[in-house]
Design a protein around this ligand. Sequence first.
Ligand code: GLU
Length: 413
Amino acid sequence: MAVVNPFTSYIERLARAARALGLSEVEKKRLSEPNNIVDTQIELTRDNGTVERLRTYRVQFNNARGPYKGGIRFHKAADLDEVKALAAAMAIKCAVVDIPMGGAKGGVQFDPKQYSEAEIERVARAFIRAMGDAIGADKDIPAPDVYTNSNIMGIMLDEFQKMHGRNEPAMITGKPQGLGGIVGRDTATAQGGVYVLDYFVSALGFKKKGLRVAIQGFGNAGATAAKILSGDGHSIVGISDSSGALLFETGLDIDKLLLEKNKSGELKDTRARIATNQELLETDCDVLIPAALDNQLTVENAPRVKAKIILELANGPTTPEADVIFGQRDITVIPDVLTNAGGVTVSYFEWLQNREGSIWSEEKVREQLKEIMTKASGVLWKKSKELNVPLRDAAFLLGVERIVSAMRTRRAV
Ligand code: GLU
């Protein structure tokens, strides 16, 4: 498979948006490079006493619209270019859903599956110590991302408190509820994506129930989306995790799969056909939801994708070349910066809740999330029709426009 540098993809998309918006060279340059990068190594003492050094990043891309915001991933592929691309995407994402936050991302480059829980805790604490003064409630607010979760956020909050000697829950989101976390944060990315899908299913004239959906990824986002969508009367005809896929034309039993996954760690259903992740992406369905890693839909498999709608729950799953092919084939790609923005939106609610010293109800979270996701979907749909461009281009234009407008107001460019 051709290797695509995710930051190069971002720069290409930015160049198109910059031309269309008539940005100055200075403005374009400011959006081509992060404001700050923490690029360091943390030392981890393994359970057996040996010491390893792990590459660790925090990229603070842009904070014109609000404090830096974005998750921390623990993954082998989290190199600087990937983290830069994801940080830029966070800035665009927050602007697209119009929440007052900038964009950042963090990463520790290692494979957490090979490490014990105690070792992962030490990595989490070392990450916070390595950040020094770079993070904080008014500065840069981390959150979960690939292979990090609410427990890890709780540990990070604790380490921050030890370092700075104050309880500042708004410095991190996606925390456990007992530490100031918000109800519904765990399901927010998937739930937000479902609100977006509901909007586009109506806008594009698809039936509202009984859609055949294939989902790549059975982590938090993928599994939750599967559960919500099957509960909403759609049929999950394929699902996968990193070890492979299951295909079942008449629809998988998601509750059973979840039970089995929790019990044995495996994706198992004896009725289903075992397949590869590649087969899953090309399976016959109405909606394909990439909910795993980036660069999954490429020039190689795009011609064989059978879905009519691609709902990007993962960050960066489609390469620019694949986008062109989907455009030619009349397949609607609903871009990541809109689809998965429910996560950061509810993170923003959590940050607000911590600052207010209040506790939001589940209903309030759900209602406000729905409002924000539906509104942003409508704005993008309208913009893409008006300009006759794909939704991703409309999202980039809208995001960049809003960020540049904030920079201009500040006289920062
Ligand atoms: N990691 C999530 C994302 O990529 C959430 C970020 C956040 O909540 O700050 O959007």
